[in-house]
Design a protein around this ligand. Structure first.
Ligand SMILES: Cc1cc2nc3c(=O)[nH]c(=O)nc-3n(C[C@H](O)[C@H](O)[C@H](O)COP(=O)(O)OP(=O)(O)OC[C@H]3O[C@@H](n4cnc5c(N)ncnc54)[C@H](O)[C@@H]3O)c2cc1C
Ligand SMILES: NC(=O)c1ccc[n+]([C@@H]2O[C@H](COP(=O)([O-])OP(=O)(O)OC[C@H]3O[C@@H](n4cnc5c(N)ncnc54)[C@H](O)[C@@H]3O)[C@@H](O)[C@H]2O)c1
Length: 474
């Protein structure tokens, strides 16, 4: 027996995107129903960003022990309690969870239904014995780990980002399939916590990032003892718990105690009744227009990982804002991808916004330039003993900033002014003219912007002649 609920907005999925839409819309006075079928907070809180960054933080502490000798502090091999590190992960999740909880959202005026949702018609969703009729629907169901059809994989115990956090015993030798951000962040964290780690990457590790930038991070990971094999496609898996063997294309094989599969994501579109709602979709997600509306059912929006674009928490949040503007205020919106930054939290970190050098070479007409500044020339980096880093910026004709790529300590923090500059259409002169506090890593941004002007100012004989002339005039 179903009851009927009429509402302005029905949001399916209580993760990064869904929670942002629901909170924003409810606080603006819309009636909102939010449906979550598993855990409030979604992937980011429970299985993604938060646990991974918490484990990375534990690993950093272990690494600090080993790397303190140059600072006059005796280095030693730390005693790692892996279960306690995982307790830290759980505490981090538990500390943030109230912010994403049913109680908080009900307090904001959202009606939360804890059940799985599915469309039963183009304008109705069924969940937990309710039928929800809404003026607009937002599909924010996220993604799940893609498990590739590698022969033998289904017959061995393997880990994904959903099960890794339940481990209590430290893997003695971890095999990671996939050299993307999940694979490499977890590879370094485990290496620093004392595991042997081998990463198998079919093509190129960190392929989405600038190649020169990625190479600096990969060199560091290898120097820490991670065996990163590129061009190593996993083609078969065998063995049992504690003794797993992964066969590679070409006949080679690696063995380990545990296996982590991190080869990308699968959009959560199945079981949602999208066909009953007339919502076009593919295995990459819901097919949306530039304003994130379904191309085939205009009542329906999709945001976050299920919208088929960049898969980051801040993208889901940004898209939530666009949907609120369009669905509640009927303002035109455009989902921009050219100004979205991202960071990979290896050490050194990698961050990117806009075009890489290779993308500029492919798509910009003549007249663009790339400028570099090495962290070895930054006083703070020298004081901290962290000079391994590089910032590169792509500048188009006329000084327009088209991209920034950073590898180095805190690259994820350092990318923000570049994201701001690009979103505001600022030119490189704005960054060159900013006053950066000394001594900070942030000075690398000012210095790389200054590099744009060096040949323009110091390389022009007429400027020197002008200065001499002005000096003569008194
Ligand atoms: C290991 C890992 C590390 C990551 N690290 C970062 C990072 O550092 N920074 C970053 O920006 N991004 C990171 N990401 C990506 C980030 O987690 C995702 O991009 C983000 O969670 C997407 O948000 P979402 O709202 O689209 O989906 P989710 O947060 O996954 O939320 C979707 C929700 O929908 C629910 N749901 C699904 N189907 C239904 C249904 N039929 N009915 C009801 N509810 C349903 C799910 O239970 C889930 O709670 C990481 C991802 C992983 C896996
Ligand atoms: N710091 C962050 O913001 C962060 C961290 C983790 C994840 N994420 C998000 O999650 C998404 C998924 O991350 P991911 O690392 O799982 O995926 P990914 O697609 O970025 O990388 C997966 C890698 O696995 C390789 N691969 C596929 N099949 C293989 C095989 N059989 N053998 C060997 N290698 C194989 C691919 O070539 C690819 O390089 C990211 O794209 C990102 O959007 C973000």
């Amino acid at each position: 027996m179903s009851d009927w609920i009429d509402t302005d907005l029905c949001v399916i999925g209580g993760g990064s995107g869904g929670l942002s839409v629901a909170a924003g819309a409810a606080q603006m006075g819309a009636s909102v129903v939010l449906i979550e079928g598993h855990r409030m907070g979604g992937d980011c809180l429970n299985y993604g960003c938060v646990p991974s960054k918490a484990l990375i933080a534990a690993a950093k502490k272990a690494h600090a022990h080993r790397s303190s000798a140059p600072f006059g502090v005796t280095a030693d091999e730390p005693a790692v309690d892996y279960a306690a590190a995982m307790d830290h992960v759980k505490r981090a999740i538990a500390t943030i969870a109230p912010h994403d909880s049913v109680e908080r959202f009900e307090g904001l005026g959202v009606r939360v239904i804890e059940a799985r949702a599915a469309f039963c018609s183009p304008s109705e969703v069924e969940a937990g014995g309710h039928v929800i009729r809404a003026r607009r629907f937002v599909v924010a169901t996220g993604s799940s780990p893609f498990v590739p059809p590698i022969p033998g994989l289904d017959s061995v115990p393997y880990l994904t980002n959903e099960t890794l956090w339940d481990l209590r015993e430290r893997p003695s030798r971890l095999i990671v399939i996939g050299g993307g951000p999940i694979g490499l962040e977890m590879a370094q964290a485990h290496r620093r916590l004392g595991c042997e780690v081998v990463v198998l990457e079919a093509f190129k590790a960190l392929a989405r990032d600038d190649a020169e930038i990625a190479a600096i991070a990969l060199d560091r990971l290898r120097a820490e003892g991670i065996d990163i094999r590129e061009g190593a496609k996993a083609t078969e898996v065998s063995g049992s718990a504690g003794a797993i063997r992964v066969g590679l294309e070409g006949g080679d094989a690696v063995e380990g105690s545990h296996l982590l599969v991190a080869v990308g994501r699968r959009a959560n579109v199945s079981g949602l009744g999208l066909d009953k709602a007339g919502v076009e979709h593919t295995d990459k997600g819901v097919t949306v227009d530039g304003g994130l509306r379904s191309v085939s059912n205009r009542r329906v929006y999709a945001i976050g990982d299920v919208a088929g674009g960049l898969q980051f928490t801040h993208v889901a949040n940004y898209q939530a804002g666009l949907v609120i503007r369009n669905a509640l205020f009927r303002l035109p919106v455009r989902n921009r991808t050219d100004i979205v930054p991202w960071a990979t939290y290896t050490d050194p970190e990698i961050a990117q916004v806009g075009m890489t050098e290779a993308e500029a070479a492919e798509s910009l007409p003549h007249g663009w330039e790339v400028h570099r500044f090495d962290f070895a020339g930054n006083d703070r980096a020298i004081a901290e003993g962290r000079t391994e880093g590089l910032i590169k910026v792509v500048v188009a004709k006329g000084g327009k900033i088209r991209g920034a790529s950073i590898v180095g300590p805190q690259a994820g923090e350092l990318i923000l002014p570049w994201a701001l500059a690009m979103s505001q259409g600022l030119k490189i002169g704005a960054m060159a003219g900013v006053i950066a506090p000394y001594p900070t890593l942030s000075e690398v941004s000012k210095r790389v912007a200054g590099a744009y002007y060096t040949p323009r100012i110091f390389g022009r004989p007429w400027i020197k002649r002008l200065i001499r002339l002005l000096a003569r005039l008194g």
